[in-house]
Write a protein that binds this ligand. Sequence first.
Ligand code: UDP
Ligand code: MG
Length: 318
Amino acid sequence: MKTLKLAIVAPCYNEEDMLPLSAPRLIDLMESLKADGRIAHDSFLLFVNDGSRDRTWQIIEELHQKNPMCHGLDLSRNVGHQNAIMAGMQTAVEGSDRADGVITIDVDLQDPLECIPQMIDDYYKGFDVVYGVRSSRESDSFLKRFTAESFYKLQATLGLKTIYNHADFRFMTRRVVLELEKYEERNLYLRGIIPMIGFPSTTVNEVRAEREAGTTKYTLRKMLRLAFDGITSFSITPIYFILGLGASFILIALCIAIYVTVSLLKGSVVPGWSSLMLSIWLVGGIIMISVGLVGLYVGKVYIETKHRPRYHINRRLG
Ligand code: UDP
Ligand code: MG
C-alpha cells in the first residue's frame, strides 16, 4: 500500500493563546510519523483561521515561514467550527495538495494526539473513517459533561445515528471527503452526516484532556445552535410530537365539552372567567410553540434553497 499523505486540519478561532503551544506538538508528531515511515514526507498541517479577531493569523504566518510543513487557510470571516473544518478538509484533498487522508482536531488539543498513530494504523487496515470517541470526560466541567451527554442521548432517542461521545476528532480518507461534498446542506452537522456516508469505519478510544490555554470558543449560544442544527437537520420527530400534543388537547377539549353540556342541562351557572382565561393562555401558548417549531423547519428550507457558499477563502499559505 502506498504511504499515506496525511493532512492534519485544525480550526482556530481566536486561539492566540493556544496555537503557540499546540503547533510545536503537532509538528513533533508529524516529524515522528514521517520518521516512522507511517506517513509520506509531503504530509502537512493545515491551520484554518476562522475569522479570528486576535493575532491567530499572524501566528499561522510565522509558523509557515519557520516550517513549510505548516499550511494556513484564512477564511474571510467567522463561519463557525463545522464550516471551518469543512473548508480545511476540502482544501486539503483538492488541487495540488491532494492529501490521501485528513485528520481533524481542535487546536486546543483536548483530544489526545496519542490516538493519531492508531488512526493511521487503522487506515492501513482498510478503514476509511476512524472516529475518536471520548471515553472519559472527567476534565470537562459538570455542566459541559451533562449537557453534552444528554444531547447525545436525546439524539439517539430522536433516531439520529451518531457515534456516542464522538465530536469532530476523526480520520477520513480522501474519497470520504469527496463524498461528503455531495451533501449540499448549509446547516452542517458533520457528526450526523458522516455516519450516513458509510464506508468501513472504526473508533479509537481517547481520554479528553483539559484545555491548557485560552478559553472555550463555544459560547452557550454556539452550543445551542449546534444542538438545534443537529436535531432539526436530521429528524422530523419534533413535528410528530406536536401532532401528538395537538391530539391530546382535542381529547381534553372533548371532556370539557361534555362537562359544559352536563352543567348546562343541570341549569347551574358557571362563572367561567378563570377557566376561560386559563384556556386562552394555554391554547395560545401551544399554538405559538407549534408555529415556532414549524418555523424552524421553514427557516431551514429557506436557507438551503439559497445554496449559498459555506465559506470564502481570503488567503492561502503553502
Ligand atoms: N472554533 C472555530 N470557530 C468558531 C468556534 C470555535 O473554528 O466559531 C474552533 C476553536 O478554535 C477550536 C474548536 O473549534 O479549535 C473547538 O472549540 P472549543 O475548544 O472552544 O470548544 P469546546 O471544546 O469547548 O467544545
Ligand atoms: Mg475544546
